[in-house]
Each structure stands twice: as C-alpha cells, then as structure tokens.
Design a protein around this ligand. Structure first.
Ligand code: UT7
Length: 325
C-alpha cells in the first residue's frame, strides 16, 4: 500500500511586494515582469518569519486537516534551500515548534524539486511500513538569498511554505501511482546558490554579496521545459496512464511563461493546470505544496482524481509524480 496525502496546509508571509514596488529598488518594470514571467506580486518575509516558522504554520494546518496530532508523526522532512541555519536542519526546528517529538527529522536539498523528492521518499517508507505517518514540507525564504541588485533573478522569487501529511489508507486504490525523478550535476553552474567564495574555486570572490542565487535564465528556461515534458511523458508511459485521464496538473510554479510552454508541448488544456505563480512568484521547494493546498482547499481535487506533479530546479533536479487522490 502506497502513500496517500491525508492533509495539506500552507503559509505565506504577511507582506506582499508588487512589481511596482520592485521598480523602486531595481531597474525593471511591471510590464517587463508580467510579459516575461506572468508574475504580479510575491510574499516577502519580515523579521521572525523564518523558513522554519512558515514551515511550522503550514505543517499545523496540514495536521489539522488530517485530524492528526504532531506527536503521531514518525518522520518529518523539510525540502528547502533557504534553511534558517545550515545546522541544525529546518526539519529539527519544525519538530521543536510543532512538538513532533516522536519523529526523526532532516532536510532535503533538491531546490525546486525537493517537495516531489520528499513525497517519493515518504511513499517508499509507507510501502515498507504502512503504520508510518510522515510530514513532507517545502519551505523557503529565498528573499534572504537573492542579490537585490540583480534584476535577472530578484524579480522571480518569493517566500512561503506548504506541507502534506502522508500515510496509508484502507482504500488501496488511493495513493502514489508512480514517480520519475532525475538529476544532472554536470549542469550545476546554470543555476546555483553562491554561498561562500571559499567553498568553490570556480566561483569568483568579487561576486560575493552574501548567499544569493545565480542563474543563466535563458538556458534554465530551455532545460526546464524539455526536462519536465520528458519526465511527464516517461511517467505516463511507465504507469500506463493516458494524459487525458489526468484530472489536475500541479506543476512547480517557476513562472507562467515556462508553464505555457510546457502546456503547449504536452497539449494540456489550461483548465487542467493549476497556476498561482502570478500571486507568489517562484517559491522553489514550497511552490508545489502551496499550489496543492490551494487546489485542495478550493475543492479542485476530489477523491479518485489523478493528480500529476512536475518540477525542475537547481542541481539540475527534476521529475514528475502521479497520485490517485
Ligand atoms: O525553477 C527554475 C528557476 N528558474 C526559472 O524559472 C527561470 C527560467 N528563465 C526564465 O524564465 C527567463 O529566462 C527570464 C524570465 C529569467 C528572463 O526572460 P528572457 O526572455 O530569457 O530574458 P533575457 O534574460 O534574455 O533578457 C532580455 C532582456 C535583456 O536586455 P537586453 O540584453 O536585451 O538589452 C535583459 O538585460 O531583458 C533584460 N532584463 C530585464 N529587463 C527589465 C532582464 N531582467 C530584467 C528585468 N527587468 N527584471
């Protein structure tokens, strides 16, 4: 019996920053950002709204929906590339915040694909022991990991967190149908976080301005669309699924232009694809669980629906997963 999502939750920082506000701090325009990315605004963390704080709020909502206490959780995983500290992990901070005292806890570093990697891992745990209850969270405060003078990157990202409680169900028809995940470390330098000049002799010291994302946007765009298309097609073939039978697609919300390209290539109708990137920007590992929670709470997903996920991020990491809700 595979993993079933028993509850979802999400949390966003209070402060909303519009494209117009970005015009004041970097050489950009609302028109350019909307035309190239479809993004209108993003949530940005204020003092105290750390990654683990948003993650904990999302986790509590997911637990509430699942009707489960934090103390019942066996494993707590946080996918993030913007942890409050490098050590301890965000997962350990979340454990402390919500009181998941029985759980063992650790982070996954797989950028925007982190939540899907986490779901896949949770599914395998549950297949090995159906009594296990697992919290998979994607959470980011990338606003603290950007070079705010770099208009190529700073306009794209936002902060937030989403969570899912994964467990087994008596209904064996429900749960993870399959997943198809990949990585390619040879392309690391197209999208990476410049963390410390001393860590890597290939990164120039003069670029240092605190940890920040560096990206070759055009190259990332091309790879992202092709990789997600291939991962989805591969997953459909592997699981013997017809795309026409998929009820809802919840993709990583990189930006609307990437998603439009993907929809074109897969010949997907707009109605089937959940898109909220205009409101939140790219929240990396948090984007899929935030979108999933919105779709779930808005009644867009019903029991028995086939829900398809796909993601692409730094590493490169990418993949697709299919769940019978
Ligand atoms: O999860 C994966 C994470 N990464 C992504 O999702 C990003 C993937 N990449 C993209 O979505 C696109 O490459 C971007 C949205 C980042 C950029 O769009 P683009 O069509 O590839 O633009 P570009 O980088 O080729 O830049 C075109 C022009 C350049 O000016 P010149 O050289 O033509 O004069 C840029 O300097 O636009 C300029 N530009 C901007 N102008 C106003 C770049 N950023 C901005 C900006 N505002 N924020």
């Amino acid at each position: 019996m595979g993993g079933v999502i028993l509850g979802t939750g999400s949390a966003l920082p209070r402060r909303v920053v519009t494209n117009k506000e970005l015009e004041k701090i970097v050489d950009t325009s609302d028109e350019w950002i909307r035309a190239r990315t479809g993004i209108k605004q993003r949530h940005i963390s204020s003092e105290g709204e750390y990654t683990y704080v948003l993650a904990s709020r999302a986790a509590e909502k997911a637990l509430e929906m699942a009707g489960m206490a934090a103390a019942e959780i066996d494993l707590l995983v946080v996918a993030t590339i913007s942890s409050h500290m490098l050590m301890p992990s965000s997962a350990c901070f979340v454990q402390r915040e919500i009181g998941a005292n029985k759980a063992f806890a650790y982070d996954i570093n797989a950028a925007c694909s982190g939540f899907l990697y986490g779901l896949d891992m949770a599914d395998h745990y549950i297949r090995a022991d159906s009594s296990k209850k697992i919290l998979v969270i994607g959470a980011e405060t990338l606003s603290g990991r950007l070079n705010w003078d770099d208009r190529n990157t700073c306009i794209l990202f936002g902060d937030g967190a989403g969570a899912a409680v994964v467990g087994a169900s008596d209904n064996t028809a429900r749960g993870m149908v399959g997943s198809n995940h990949f990585s390619d470390g040879s392309l690391w330098n197209l999208l990476y976080m410049h963390t410390a000049e001393s860590c890597n002799s290939e990164i120039k010291v003069e670029d240092w301005c605190g940890a920040h994302i560096v990206m070759e946007g055009k190259e990332v765009f091309k790879h992202a669309v092709k990789a997600m298309e291939d991962a989805v097609r591969g997953l459909l073939a592997k699981t013997g699924t017809d795309l026409a039978d998929v009820t809802m697609v919840v993709p990583h919300q990189a930006n609307v232009r990437i998603l439009n390209n993907l929809m074109e290539r897969l010949e997907l109708s707009k109605e089937k694809v959940f898109i909220n990137a205009p409101l939140y920007g790219n929240t990396s590992a948090a984007s899929i669980p935030i979108a999933l929670d919105e779709a779930n709470r808005n009644g867009r997903i019903k029991e028995g629906d086939l829900v398809l996920f796909c993601a692409f991020g730094g590493g490169f990491t990418w993949g697709a997963s299919l769940i019978k809700w």
